[in-house]
Write a protein that binds this ligand. Structure first.
Ligand code: SF4
Ligand code: SF4
Length: 343
């Protein structure tokens, strides 16, 4: 991390130089064809059920894994702030840690791992373009994810023309909480496809579980569907007890109908973020640690399809949101997310 990047990251919004936590290659679940997914670090929301909690904060962090620690003590000797306690289960006193990453650099294995590193737009483009043959032959491309990629318009304006100039299809996964006019002027022209998360429709519940209201998010969804020249695919992540209630799903269907959405997908619950939250020293969110039973998941999908099939008041069924099968089907073995850290 350099000082300029660190200061920009600490500022949160519109950081000129974002951190990248991971680049997942050969994904079949993040858009059409074979894709590389870039995870940017920094997000305006604080969803308690975040699947990638390491991408929420814009600053570099250290993750600790007890299972991968050989107890050599190198981290304790490297830390000048006395933040390492070899006897503590979480190892790092987070209130003392300033994110200097010296402990991760000193660690001989993966007991302590730095989360996030800077890559210049040319370096990231070069990394992504290594797989251009896969993109071309599969109809795939690059998916921007996170975290929230729209926080970084300067960076994307430098990165995306390099990809699109090489014919690479670019998709965006967004939480939708961005300043619309700036997004439309600076990022949207470089995109081919948008996945837009709709999590909770009721404003108070949204604020409680995601840490912010949803007025701007829902307004952006409506404007994008109306104005964007590229497809906008809403997705609803299923989180037991938080987003998967029929009240929320019914409200989402009404919202999508009124917004003019042409399709919608449900994203099955994925508890893999819980382990990372623990490694980052975050309190455990009150969520199940296992995947949802396939039968129950299938029943929920069926109930949701029933909501979509209900005729809307005073509107014909034609032109209403269409169900999109999730890439990961209930009962199917889930792909172990193989992510590759940028070299
Ligand atoms: S990141 Fe720096 S301050 Fe934090 S625990 Fe590691 S060495 Fe100590
Ligand atoms: S340096 Fe790494 S392996 Fe050694 S004690 Fe610290 S976390 Fe464990």
């Amino acid at each position: 991390m350099n000082a300029r990047g660190g200061a920009a990251a600490a500022a949160g919004r519109h950081c000129a130089v974002p951190l990248v936590t991971d680049v997942k290659r050969h994904s079949l679940e993040d858009g059409p064809g074979i894709r590389s997914v870039v995870f940017f670090k920094g997000c305006p929301l604080r969803c308690v059920f975040c699947q990638n909690p390491e991408t929420q904060r814009p600053q570099a962090e250290v993750a600790f894994s007890e299972a991968e620690c050989v107890r050599c003590g190198a981290c304790e000797r490297a830390c000048r702030r006395g933040a390492i306690d070899m006897q503590s289960p979480g190892r790092i006193a987070r209130s003392r840690c300033d994110g200097c990453l010296a402990c991760a650099a000193a660690c001989p294995g993966r007991g302590l791992r730095a989360i996030g590193r800077y890559l210049s737009p040319p370096a990231l483009a070069a990394l992504l373009l290594r797989d251009r043959a896969f993109y071309r032959h599969s109809g795939g491309g690059v998916t921007l994810s996170g975290g929230e990629p729209t926080l970084f318009p300067d960076f994307l304006e430098a990165l995306l023309p390099r990809l699109r100039g090489d014919g690479v299809h670019v998709a965006l996964q967004t939480c939708g909480d961005f300043e619309y006019d700036e997004f439309a002027a600076r990022i949207l022209p470089h995109l081919d496809l948008i996945f837009f998360d709709v999590k909770i429709v009721a404003p108070e519940a949204h604020r409680r579980h995601l840490g912010a209201g949803n007025g701007r998010i829902l307004g952006n969804l409506r404007r994008l569907i109306r104005e964007a020249a590229v497809p906008v695919h809403p997705r609803i992540p299923l989180v037991p007890g938080i987003t998967d209630g029929l009240d929320n799903l019914s409200s989402a269907v009404r919202l999508l109908r009124s917004a003019g959405a042409t399709d919608v997908a449900l994203l099955p619950y994925n508890p893999l973020g819980l382990g990372m939250a623990a490694r980052l020293g975050r309190p455990a969110p009150p969520l199940p640690a296992t995947f949802v039973d396939p039968g129950a998941e299938r029943a929920l999908f069926q109930a949701f399809r029933g909501l979509l099939d209900e005729p809307a008041h005073g509107r014909p069924a034609e032109g209403e949101p269409r169900w999109v099968e999730p890439r990961t089907r209930p009962g199917q073995e889930r792909q172990d997310e193989r992510r590759e850290h940028p070299p």
